[in-house]
Design a protein around this ligand. Sequence first.
Ligand SMILES: [Cu+2]
Length: 120
Amino acid sequence: MKFQMSSFLMVFFLSALAYSCSTAQAGGSETQSIEIQTSAVCGTCKQTLEKAMANADGVSSSRLDLGNKVLTVEFDPDKTNAEALRKLVTETGYDADGQPANQTSHDNLPACCQKDSGLH
Ligand SMILES: [Cu+2]
C-alpha cells in the first residue's frame, strides 16, 4: 500500500512537471530588451561589442549608443538572460552595469579601447 501511494505521487509529480514545462514553452519566444551600461569608448568598441552580441545564442539584435555607452540588446528569454548577457560584456573586456571587465580580455583590446587609454 505504501509503495502504491508513493508511485501515485511520483506520477502526479511528473505530470505536474511536464505540464509546467509545456506551458513555459508555449508562452515563450517573445523578445525582451535590456540596456547595459558599458565602458565602451569608441567605434571599435561598438564593433567589438555588437559582434560579440551577434554571436551569442538567443540575441536577435544589439546596438551600442556611444553617446551614453549604453548597449541595448534584444534577446529571446527562452535562450538567454540579462545576467548571461552582462557576463558576455565583461568577458569581452568591458564593464557591464558596474560589474568590472574581465582583466585579460580588457588588456587584449586595442589600446584605444582600454579604459585608461587617456585618448577619449
Ligand atoms: Cu574602443
